[in-house]
Design a protein around this ligand. Sequence first.
Ligand SMILES: *Cc1c(COP(=O)(O)O)cnc(C)c1O
Length: 539
Amino acid sequence: MSLMECRLEHELRPSEQEGEMTATARARELYQLSFSGQLGHYLHGHDNEAKISSGLKLAASRGRFDSVEIGNTSVSPFEYLGFLEKVVFPNTVNTFSNKFLGHMTAPLPAFITEVAGAISQMNQNQVKVETSNILTLIERQVLGAIHHKIFAYPEAFYDNYMQCPESSLGVVTGGGTLANITSLSYALNCAFRADGDFAGLTKEGLVAALRHYGYEDVVIIGSKRMHYSVDKAAKLLGLGEKNVIRLDTDSNGRVDLAEMQMYLQECQQNNIHVLAVIGIAGATETGSVDPLEDIGRLAKAFGVHYHVDAAWGGAYAFSSQHRDLIQGIELADTVTICAHKQLYIPMGTSLCIFRSPDFASHSENNTAYQCKKGSYDLGRYTIEGSRPASVLMLHALLNIWGDEGIGHIFETTLSTTRLFTEKIRQSESFFLVQEPALNIVVYRYMPVSLRHRVEAGDALSSDELDFVNAINRQIQSQQFMNGNTFASSTTLVDDDEETVVFRSVFCNPLAREKDIEQLLADQEEIAKALAISELLAMS
Ligand SMILES: *Cc1c(COP(=O)(O)O)cnc(C)c1O
């Protein structure tokens, strides 16, 4: 009996067919289990006024999270709903709170969460036309529209390239990290492309590429405030963290241009390939914006790929009123923007925009069953394979809020930032570490006695500096545990000196003056209690 005959006979056995019917019926039953539309109703505590967090310790006490046994006996959706309501929802972090002002996470507009629901209901896969259809066209259109907001090329450019399957004006990724990795990886593939009898980096690898092009090494140059995803990119490309050159910054956190030029010259003289210079539009820790135009000019003069990491600040390109905050972004070859930060889309949507329509052509991936040459499949140009249709949320935002609405939101968050900065300036207890360029403020607490000495020009002893760092660290963790208000914390290193700072991020346009006042009042109260006990312990 041939294999085919064997299979046919097997398929035609009546008992099997009956078995299959029952199986289908049971599957249908399993598919129809539902929370009957009640889930949203039980998701309380995620609103602008509710408490922020209960801390991880308390969360850990809510269940047996060290047990591997899940689902040995199944429960009804109703019972599971009870678990969500009592155990899970109250122990998450309420990112919708108006007093949650320390991370790049904001409340979402109602229509966005509704589109998010529709996206999972339709379950499209953007990797290929056969699983996404019209959403492929929409993704290409949104990428083109954002390309236009950054580079403002004439209409004919978009007529030619926006819907042309042989070119790509950018990719939608699962995050800013992957957008940065995409840019740096494709820039390397582009630089070390096929040439004569060399088949290109993507075929022959990095060692052969360096040999062919006559380079000793490859580096990435940017400021010390670069996001750590640049190090991840280097590691994935077979480079090391040492190949990421992190330059000093001025007192506003902007990269030192003279040093950048010096390194570019040095690389040129020593046969070192500069994979990219990176300009930051909104550094993660401080919100600072590099001199994007000057870096662009340097990159051009040295013929180097220019990537602007605008994960945070790129959103300002969406508002004609705020576009000048990131002036110079239009000189970039590639730009990273996180839609899940300042474009109010749920976690997991970022963009890497390519100036040149054939930038990705040296990095294309094809297989026999999808992403074939000549096809419309978006997966030809992405590092990721299967991808959700998140772009529809961005499309909705562009249409529904529009330039005016987006501009209004930014105006609101920037004015909250100015108000907060003013309060820090007027405070006895806090002081501003750096002038905010966008809507992130770094500041710290310092006991009044020490502060007066600093203002009088006294240098603090290293014990005193350690004390100030320690107390800032403690205030922040106590504040998180209390869960009423929230700012985050980071340590800035300048000339080997560590400065622990609070970092407030103002991307919640619903936060009011009384919310930011409470944030500071909370910190001050915790500080005073800590300072008293510390000073007692020290004496
Ligand atoms: C947030 C951020 C990233 C990384 O984005 P993820 O979405 O967290 O991967 C990269 N660069 C900068 C400047 C960022 O602020």
